[in-house]
Design a protein around this ligand. Sequence first.
Ligand code: DGL
Length: 271
Amino acid sequence: MKKDGAIGVFDSGIGGLTVVKGIMDRLPYENVVYFGDTARVPYGTKSVETINKFTAQIVEFLLSHEVKALVVACNTISAVALDTVYQLAGDIPVIDVISSGAKASVMSTLNHNIGVIATNATVNSNAYTRAIYQLDNQSRVYAKACPLFVPFVEEGLLDHPALELIARDYLNVLEHEGIDTLILGCTHYPLIKPLIRKIMHDKINIIDSSLVASEDLAILLESTGLATEVNNDRIIEHKFYVSDVPAKFQKMAESFLNRNMPLPQLVNLDS
Ligand code: DGL
C-alpha cells in the first residue's frame, strides 16, 4: 500500500458525503475516492443478501483504484455486510461508522443508557447493540428505526414542519428511556442534527458517526504509517463516482460540502 494512495469511501448514495466532509476537514491532505450507489439507494429497506451483493461490487470497484484504506460510511452496510468488506479488503485497513460510533458512545455515557437511531436494516441487525455491549456490558441500548428521515433529507426538506412532527414522534420514545447519549446511526441524520438537538433534552450527548469515523481514520493512518505527509504543494484530487443521476449528486454535494464539485463519473457496477 502506498502512502499517497487515496481513501476509498462508500455509501448507498449521497449520505456518505457527511463522512467525506469529516475526512476533508480532519485530513485535508488526503485524497478521497467516493462511490455512492445512487441507482440502488436506499439500502436500509433491502435484504441482507442484496446489501452484501451490492457491497461486494462496490468494494471491488474501489480496490481497483488502489486505495490505501476503506471507510464504510454507510451504517446499513456496516451493520449487515462488514464481513464481506473485510474478506475482500485483505490487508487494506477498514474503518466503519458503527465501530466508531459505538466506541464514542461508550466513552460518552455516564448512566450506560444509549439510544441509537438508524434505518430499519441497521436496527434489525442489532449491530450497534452488539458493538456497544462488547465494549460495556452494563450498557442498555435503545434502538429506534426512523425510516422517514432518509426520504426527507434526500428531498432537501430539512426544514419542513412535517419532518419535525415525525421526529418528535420517533424521538420522544427514546427520551423516556432515560438515555444520556444518542448515536446518529445513519449517514443522513447529521444533516438534521439541529432539529434532533432541538427536540432532545440538552443533557443528551449526540454522537455524529461521521465525525468520529474521521477521527478514527486519522488515528489509523498515523499508527500504520499510511498518513500523507503535510505538504502544501500536494495537489488534492478527490474522485467521485455514482451509479445514477450524477447531476443531482453534484448539486447536493456542492451544498453539503460547501464547495464547487466536478460532475461525478457514472459507473455501472452490474456490467
Ligand atoms: N446510508 C444509509 C445508512 O447510513 C442510509 C440510506 C439508505 O437507506 O441507504 O444507513
